[in-house]
Design a protein around this ligand. Sequence first.
Ligand SMILES: [Zn+2]
Length: 291
Amino acid sequence: MSGRERVFRTEAVILRRQDLGEADRLVVAYSPDRGKMRLVAKGARRPKSRKAGHLEPFMRAILLIARGRELDIITQAEAVETYPALRSDLQLVGQASYVVELLDRFTLDEGGSRSAYSLMLEALGRLAEGRPASAVLRYYELRLLELMGYRPEFFRCVQCLAEVRPEGQYFSPALGGVLCAGCGRGHPGARPLSLEALKVLRHFQRSGFEAAAAPEVRPTVRQEVEDHLEAYLTHLLERRLNSPRFLRQVQALEMRSDRASHPVGDRASSRLRTPEGHPAGDPEGEPAAAG
Ligand SMILES: [Zn+2]
């Protein structure tokens, strides 16, 4: 046999799953060495299925996979990390779903990235430990953007390349960075960016997680930072974004969440907005959500 082994074992995080036929599931999982995989879990919806409990969204599992004619088949699944803490409340479910969805949206089918996989696991682990969701998610977004080749520019004006002075600066999602006051004024799509938010973005981009998460950030500034990154991510992912069902679920989740106690983190999963009128028919677009 050349190259393609018939059966292989790999670790993966489950990104999403959907029903397939009468009793099966289609599982989309991300492996550090094989990347995104579309797999069939036969019989996973039968009550007695032994695989089913190991193939829930954002679980980390060891999979034994057999090559199939069209789709490969999961023959065994054993969860190594189920993140019970993340399943204990709807906000955390939404935030963890967002973490895996972001990786899902940014990656194509071929080739894995160990770094992306580690980033995802780190973010899930920090959420499970109860670290502030806002810091965990912003840090994850910025690192993932960098890894995927979309590092936003926060120091030089993306138009005239001058160093941005702290006065009247803007952020352009389309250009992927800051605009100086002169270039940003009247620039289509440019969003005013406060000095405080710019400082937070720079600090997150340059620091390790512990340092990034340390300073207290005012809720309005946290929100502004979140909004700018959301606008940038939405711009980048617009064509691939296709998750209206996920968004409806998250909206429902937001309505139930207690905003008073978590003024920023609870909005985490609302970031990936689908543009109005975006077609919704992608059969693989069904995302990982609270099942
Ligand atoms: Zn400029």
